[in-house]
Design a protein around this ligand. Structure first.
Ligand code: UTP
Length: 294
């Protein structure tokens, strides 16, 4: 059973500027809930007890979000009991620890900060800017596969063949409907050289041997220490599997996906579903009428 998780959340969020100049992208809310809260919830729902969040400069809001706020609690306790209990629950979701990544030089480097926290245990990694929607939490899906194979497991999703150059892509031998035993991992390959259209989807189970592999990995694409390169190194000494997730991934780190996520999640919320749907129909109709005119 996987009990520890690492959530890297130190990145600069350059694709979401100017919003991310002075606030963490992981705190951008989908309706009323910061992205990283969905991520922590997935970890908790997957049986994780200890979570290490990798933060950096300008990320204090993440720490405050999972801490208690006595002034706010006092105010809510008098007037809004349900929200009071929601805030209390939020600060008690899991044992959450923080460490700061000193230089923002890639996901591989961020994960390396977890070595003391995770020790000799395998651990989950959940990217702090990626929400998963699924019946069985994706980290739980990976954890179940780890229990079978005792090797690192990467969540992947199918992407259109002409978009493989935007993702980390895996290749390997199929051993079941959803599982590959990997022989290739490549960050943002050209369309011609991609071994498949299975893209690394922001959730992993890693064995502690990853730390040695990170130490031996030079900086790669964008002059960053890429986790994908470190995993390719790990493949020399251990098996690694990929699992095509049952569920949907939402990468809120890019603006268009953030907008789509907000709309989808709003349509699922009871209190907004009907009026929001009606609003969308009206603006789509008026947009259509305008474009017919032009
Ligand atoms: P991304 O590559 O999507 O984040 O990393 P980024 O670098 O902030 O994004 P852009 O390209 O500049 O817009 C995925 C996750 O890994 C974390 C990020 O915070 C994000 O949650 N990350 C990335 C780190 O913690 N450290 C790093 O050095 C890089």
């Amino acid at each position: 059973m996987i009990k520890k998780a690492v959530i890297p959340a130190a990145g600069l969020g350059t694709r979401f500027l100017p919003a991310t100049k002075a606030q963490p992208k992981e705190m951008l809310p989908i309706i009323d809930t910061p992205t990283i809260q969905y991520v922590v919830q997935e970890a908790v729902d997957s049986g994780i007890e200890d979570i290490l969040i990798i933060t950096g400069k300008g990320k204090r809001a993440i720490e405050d979000h999972f801490d208690r706020n006595f002034e706010l609690e006092e105010r809510l306790q008098e007037k809004e009991e349900a929200m009071y209990w929601e805030m209390r629950k939020l600060s008690e979701m899991a044992n959450i620890y923080f460490i700061r990544q000193k230089e923002i030089i890639g996901l591989g480097d961020a994960i390396y900060y977890a070595r003391q926290h995770t020790g000799n245990e395998p651990f989950a990694v959940l990217l702090g800017d990626t929400i998963m929607d699924s019946v069985i939490p994706v980290t739980q899906q990976l954890s179940d596969i780890y229990a079978q194979y005792h090797s690192s497991v990467i969540a992947v999703e199918t992407v259109p063949a002409d978009k493989v150059n935007r993702y980390g892509i895996v290749g390997g031998k199929s051993i079941s409907d959803s599982i590959l035993q990997l022989d290739q991992l490549i960050e943002k390959p050209s369309i011609e050289s991609a071994p498949s259209n299975l893209a690394i989807a922001g959730r992993y189970i890693l064995t502690p041997e990853i730390f040695k592999a990170i130490e031996e990995t030079p900086k790669g694409k964008n002059n960053e220490l890429q986790l994908t390169d470190a995993m390719l190194n790990l493949l020399k000494t251990e098996n690694i599997y990929s699992h095509t997730i049952e569920g949907k991934r939402y990468d809120i780190g890019n603006k268009l996906d953030f907008l789509k996520t907000t709309v989808e999640f709003a349509l699922r919320r009871k209190e907004f579903a009907d009026p929001f749907y009606q609003f969308l129909q009206e603006i789509v109709a008026s947009h259509q009428a305008n474009s017919d005119k032009n």
